[in-house]
Write a protein that binds this ligand. Sequence first.
Ligand SMILES: *Cc1c(COP(=O)(O)O)cnc(C)c1O
Length: 384
Amino acid sequence: MEKKEFYDKIINFIKDLFGNKEFIPLHEPKFIGKEREYVLDTIDSTFVSSVGKYVNEFEKKLAEFVGAKFAVATVNGTAALHIALIVAGVKEGDEVITQPLTFVATCNAISHAGATPVFVDVDLDTLGLSPTALRKFLEDNCILKEGKCINKKTSKVIKAVVPMHTFGHPVKIDEILEIAEEFNLIVVEDAAESLGSLYKGKHTGTFGKLGIFSFNGNKIITSGGGGVIVTDDEDLAKLAKHLTTTAKLPHPWEYVHDMIAYNYRMPNINAALLVGQMENLKFFIENKRELAKIYKKFFNEIGVKFIEEPKGARSNYWLNAIMFDSLKERDEFLEYSNNNGVMTRPIWRLMNKLDMYKDCPKGELNNAIYLEERIVNIPSSVRV
Ligand SMILES: *Cc1c(COP(=O)(O)O)cnc(C)c1O
């Protein structure tokens, strides 16, 4: 079959799935619940900003949903990760291990905390941080000195590891936790994309010392912009709350602050939107899993690899992805689909190739390079 015909077959299938609109976006938010009512309530009450009931309500509901003891809402996911790293003890001059195949926010948050990202390869089945590559990197490059994991080449302390659950597919987090414990690394999960995804029956984001989620407009649910930190550690939760709210000491009228802190609190109007979205989260996840099932059948039939949830995982299938045989084919399809009304995107450019992160320490990245050249995201919005 002609290439063009083959691509048309894919594009027409996707168009049919999304109601044959002129343009099919990659991921659009859906407001089918009480979002409007709750947002209007904040306007009518004037409590749109840093005070109001929706932030507390959201934090309580989110913690309950994922099974964490505490949740701290923030202005966005990047800010959540920045603060999570600080309260985990990451300091200026430290190193933090993460994967090269991630959204740039992961590395930016590590940098904002004053640390340097260290890139370790991903697994082909999860698209996320590989426990095998992590162990190899640590054994080859690091020594434990007085309980600290030291990178022998840079003499810096590796303080933490940040696995990211790519497109909602959980990494092998139990193995990563084991290795991290052995090498005295704190695990902070970048679960920005994987709200509602389970690994061996437990929510992603709740395995590490801390985890974060994002509520940017393209995520599974949105507050316009927003994020949240989750943890079971009360002291860390309190410190996170303190740091995100200008470190103000409670007082009826005096302004007394006891740390250099941040204004990272989620505004009440955003939390109102998010509380409305939360009420449909379970439905969104089931809807997306159904879409993934339909995609899987179709792509299996036409001989294109569809990225499936890894073994032991129940993915939220936030963004669906397919894999081409080469960079050339990937680029042909990207060009053809985007020129014909179906929005598709390549997976991210590897972080170690970006100018600001090109000199960061790294291990062998063969799997990440392989995936970077082949993976394309396809439309994945909830269908209602
Ligand atoms: C979306 C996202 C974030 C956080 O993004 P914000 O836009 O700041 O909410 C962080 N990491 C990953 C992997 C993401 O996809």
